[in-house]
Design a protein around this ligand. Structure first.
Ligand code: THU
Length: 160
C-alpha cells in the first residue's frame, strides 16, 4: 500500500491593502460583477473578474434560470467569455466574491468543482498558472494556481 498525502497552499490576507494595486483592482471588479448577478432563486450573487495577459479584465456573474440546472456560475461565465473572445490570450488571475442580502460574504467562497474543472482546462491549455483571489470581508485567500483546490483532476492527457 502506498499512502499519498497531498498538500495545498492557500495564503490568507487580512485586508486588500496588503495586496498590490492590480490585485486590489481585480477584487474590486469582482465585487462590481457580483452586483450584476441574476440570482433571484438563490439570492446568492457571485462575481468573478478575470485578468488577461493583455491586462484586460473580463467580468462575469452567476446567471440563474427558472429551470435551475440551466443557470451558470459566475466563474464559468467569465472564463468562457474570456476564452471565446480571446482564445490566444492567457489568463493571469481570477478574483471571486459573493454577496447576500447581508452584504459580501465574511469568509471567502471557493469555486465549485465544475468551475475548478473548467479553470484547470484553461490553465493547462495556456500552460500558465491562474492565480485565484477569493474575497471575503474577514479575509482574502490567495492560491497561486487552480491545482491548489483540485490537486487530482481529470484532464486531456487521460484521453490519449
Ligand atoms: N455559484 C457560483 O456562481 N459560483 C460558484 O462557484 C458556486 C455557486 C452560484 C450558482 C448559483 O447561482 C448560486 O451561486 C447558488 O449556488
Amino acid at each position: 500500500m502506498i499512502k499519498r498525502e497531498i498538500k495545498s497552499v492557500l495564503v490568507d490576507y487580512n485586508s486588500p491593502a496588503e495586496l498590490n494595486e492590480d490585485m486590489q483592482n481585480l477584487m474590486q471588479k469582482a465585487k462590481e460583477a457580483a452586483e450584476k448577478a441574476y440570482a433571484p432563486y438563490s439570492n446568492f450573487k457571485v462575481g468573478a473578474a478575470v485578468l488577461l495577459e493583455n491586462n484586460e479584465i473580463i467580468e462575469g456573474s452567476n446567471q440563474e434560470n427558472a429551470a435551475y440546472p440551466s443557470g451558470l456560475c459566475a466563474e464559468r461565465v467569465a472564463i468562457f467569455y474570456a476564452n471565446s473572445q480571446y482564445p490566444n490570450i492567457k489568463i493571469k488571475a481570477i478574483a471571486i466574491t459573493a454577496s447576500t442580502k447581508d452584504g459580501f460574504v465574511e469568509d471567502p467562497i471557493p469555486p465549485c468543482g465544475s468551475c475548478l474543472q473548467v479553470m484547470l482546462e484553461s490553465e493547462q491549455r495556456a500552460n500558465k498558472p491562474i492565480k485565484v483571489l477569493l474575497y471575503g470581508t474577514n479575509k482574502i485567500t490567495i492560491a497561486e494556481d487552480i491545482k491548489q483546490f483540485l490537486p487530482v483532476y481529470f484532464n486531456k492527457d487521460m484521453l490519449k
